[in-house]
Design a protein around this ligand. Structure first.
Ligand code: SF4
Ligand code: SF4
Length: 633
């Protein structure tokens, strides 16, 4: 592997396929990033505004000359805050629309047998119904499911009150949100209010703009994402720990390879049923394949890996390279994080890029609309298209023999049940976070950090995730991870029992006793709501607020607006949050100071920007020790 490629990625499979891409003159994300240099300084600092037809306007910071205000008079603080708020609203909208689709699928499970959706975890359904005040005694499962789905859908546009799931937060947290007027009310409403306020001639106060962005972000974490996760568990099952394979080496030369890429498990679960259909397997064999190999990419890959034995093929920056192997017969996509460039790459091979959602059409791709009302039937048609494409392979195939194994499936329920394994059942109640709290209090575990988010060309692929995780576990800090960060960690072998060898003595002992790896895969990006709930449980058990816990969040390679929404709701939930890439706000000193300093006095959490993973780890460790000291532990 050339040294140049190592600067782009620290993943060996990625580097070997980049060499193939280069030879075959396939343009990748890194080529386009290079062509984009130098990137526009106005945009980079958040000082370009296109919010009205009088613009575009830009604020000049690098010299005394040049405009200091937009044509309407908006200054650097207003422009940077409006841009950030709109990005947060977009991220919140993406996660929340995902949650809405899952709620619709639950409704189909109750009302439409042709959809193929069924309730898999009736216990979780009943428990959520009771939490939401639904009288379950005289209702059958379908009636309960319909009522839960209806209430979930009302969360998007109810005219009064606040989101139901906010009641799950510790009381002190709710008090802070109420005082700041950021308690989320209805998901669509709070997102719309950001768009309204950031229209020309509306809100010009950067702090007030950020208050609205925060409320929209909380609608994501404690609303849309939490609805997505909870209802997905009800429909498709609560994840349980199991071992799976990861990286592009999971593609198989002698089978029909289908990569499922995007986000929503409504599609991937139906595709999973379809690839196991005996008629389609027979059809694949008739085409000369040994079978059908379904693999996942990005967050849909996380969803399906957490619940089933579907390998995790790759993260955000590996999507083009999966096609470059020449072995992908179809890449089936739904929504979010799907590079439009895929259709060009697919054209250079035999791969069929199949879009399935009316929300994400890509020119050059084949569109086969996924009909949730007839989910399995729809999925079978898509799988058939992939199977029939096997015979069109060109022979120019290279699958790197690189894959690793790791344990995934750490839902809160499975973490608590693992903790029960070290509870003295005579002396203490089962089903609580007590053993985790005991380990933190005793200092065996110094704290816990969530490493989440994407890949970004501004950081060598996976390096930010992996180096940060290694530094933290070495210092007895438990790491939980989701999204594309989870791929980086599993590819590096950090989700194995052997990874305990990389830990400090305390964490390795905990791993051995509880039988967990030091890095826990907690799912997709919407599953960060699981982390919020775990934090709430621990805080309530310790009788403190989330902001008092020795924990932190990190997004070392973030890139999407969803990641900005996540960061915002995590900070507003009281968590210190490290960003490995600077957000586009640095042109406004006031806004930057507000987000990296002042918000701590409001929410107890704040952002810190640090691109060097070792320095980031150091700052996080200092933060954790300061929180421990304040707690007197
Ligand atoms: S809203 Fe103001 S700053 Fe933005 S483009 Fe219009 S005039 Fe320019
Ligand atoms: S972590 Fe980022 S790149 Fe990966 S799927 Fe989530 S939002 Fe997309």
């Amino acid at each position: 592997m050339s040294e140049d490629l190592k600067c782009l990625s620290c993943d060996a499979a990625t580097c070997s396929l980049l060499e193939k891409a280069k030879k075959e003159k396939i343009e990748t994300v890194w080529d386009r990033a290079e062509a984009m240099q130098p990137q526009c300084g106005f945009g980079e600092m958040g000082l370009c505004c296109t919010n009205c037809g009088m613009g575009p306007c830009r604020i000049v910071k690098v010299s005394e000359d040049g405009p200091k205000k937009g044509i309407c008079g908006a200054d650097e603080d207003t422009i940077a805050a409006r841009n950030l708020a709109r990005a947060v609203a977009a991220g919140s909208a993406a996660h929340s629309d995902h949650g809405r689709d899952i709620a619709h699928a639950l409704y189909y499970a109750a009302k439409n047998p042709e959809s193929g959706y069924k309730v898999k975890d009736s216990q979780k359904l009943i428990s959520l119904a009771r939490e939401w005040g639904i009288e379950t005694e005289n209702l059958d499962e379908k009636e309960i499911a319909a009522k839960v789905a209806e209430l979930a859908l009302q969360e998007f546009g109810k005219p009064f009150g606040h989101l139901r799931f906010t009641e799950r937060a510790p009381k002190d947290r709710l008090d802070i949100w109420n005082k700041m007027n950021v308690t989320p009310r209805a998901i669509d409403r709070d997102i719309v209010e950001v768009l309204h306020s950031t229209h020309i001639g509306c809100d010009a106060d950067y702090r007030n703009i950020m208050m609205k962005a925060t409320r929209a972000a909380l609608c994501d974490g404690w609303g849309g994402s939490m609805i997505g996760t909870e209802l997905s568990d009800i429909l498709f099952g609560i994840p349980q720990p199991h071992e799976i394979e990861a990286n592009l080496g999971v593609l198989k030369e002698d089978e029909v390879n289908i990569v499922i890429h995007g986000h929503e498990p409504t599609l991937s679960e139906a595709i999973l049923v379809a690839v196991n259909d005996p008629e389609l397997i027979e059809l694949a064999q008739k085409q000369g394949a040994k079978g059908i190999n379904l693999v996942g990419m990005c967050c849909t890959g996380n969803e399906i890996a957490m619940r089933h034995n579907v390998p995790m093929a790759g993260n955000f920056f590996q999507q083009e390279l999966a096609i470059v192997t020449g072995a992908v017969d179809a890449m089936v996509v739904d929504v979010q994080c799907i590079m439009p460039a895929l259709s060009q790459v697919a054209k250079c091979y035999h791969t069929k890029l199949i879009t399935t959602s009316p929300k994400a059409i890509i020119p050059g791709a084949i569109h086969m609309q996924f009909d949730e009302a007839r989910a399995v039937e729809s999925a079978k048609r898509i799988v058939q298209e992939a199977v029939l494409n096997f015979k069109n392979r060109t022979g120019n195939i290279f699958i790197p023999e690189i894959k690793s194994k790791g344990f995934v499936g750490f839902s809160n329920e499975s973490i608590i049940s693992a903790l029960d394994g070290v509870t003295n059942s005579f002396a203490h109640p089962q089903g609580t976070v007590k053993p985790l709290v005991d380990a933190i209090k005793s200092g065996v575990l110094r704290g816990a950090v969530a490493i989440v988010g994407c890949n970004n060309h501004k950081v060598p692929q996976d390096k930010g995730h992996v180096e940060l995780a290694k530094e933290l576990i070495k210092n007895d800090v438990l790491v939980v991870t989701t999204g594309c960060g989870a791929y980086a960690c599993i590819k590096e072998g950090l989700m194995t029992k052997e990874a305990a060898n990389l830990c400090g003595k305390g964490l390795s002992t905990v791993c051995e006793l509880v039988k967990i790896p030091p890095v826990l895969h907690m799912g997709s990006c919407v599953d960060i709501s699981r982390i919020l709930l775990l934090l709430s449980e621990v805080a309530k058990y310790m009788n403190v607020d989330i902001k008092d816990l020795p924990v932190a969040g990190a997004a070392p390679e973030w890139m999407s607006e969803k990641a900005l929404a996540i960061g915002t709701y995590v900070v507003a939930s009281g968590v210190y949050t490290m960003l490995g890439v600077a957000p586009q706000i640095t042109g406004s000193e006031n806004l930057t100071r507000f987000l990296t300093e002042d918000v701590e006095n409001i929410y107890g959490g704040k952002f810190h920007i640090e691109s060097d993973p070792k320095k980031a780890a150091q700052k996080i460790l200092e933060h954790i020790e300061a929180k421990r000291k304040a707690l007197g532990i």
